[in-house]
Design a protein around this ligand. Sequence first.
Ligand code: SF4
Ligand code: SF4
Length: 135
Amino acid sequence: MKLLLERFSSRLHETPYTAEVILETGAKINIDRANVDAVRADLIIDVPDDKVERVAELFRQKGVKVRKLLKLIAWDEERCIHCGACISVCPTGVFKFDSSWNISMEEEKCVRCEVCVKACPLGALALACVENEVT
Ligand code: SF4
Ligand code: SF4
């Protein structure tokens, strides 16, 4: 499962929090994406399902806001014209054509970079809301 870690202070890069959580839990955590600016850093991490609760608990103890990303990208199939633009731009290969030349998705590959949202000519893609999915 993917977790969104929010509101790191800008000084957290001085402490290896993620490394500490990996060592404490033994979880094989993959960092899918990191947004860092002067005041905060948000991470999207991929965590084995059997370690999610423990990993989330440890990050919370370290002052990090943790949200479960139950849904990553919202695709409005009614609007989609299967043009393939999203296939071209997605850096992680979420989209592909099926045998009928219709778009299909492997949503678990999504890192929420938003590139496809901007590229879709029909506005058929959007980042999925995570507001109510706090661990
Ligand atoms: S870019 Fe938009 S309209 Fe084109 S295939 Fe992807 S989702 Fe459908
Ligand atoms: S948000 Fe980024 S990673 Fe996710 S489907 Fe769109 S282009 Fe691919």
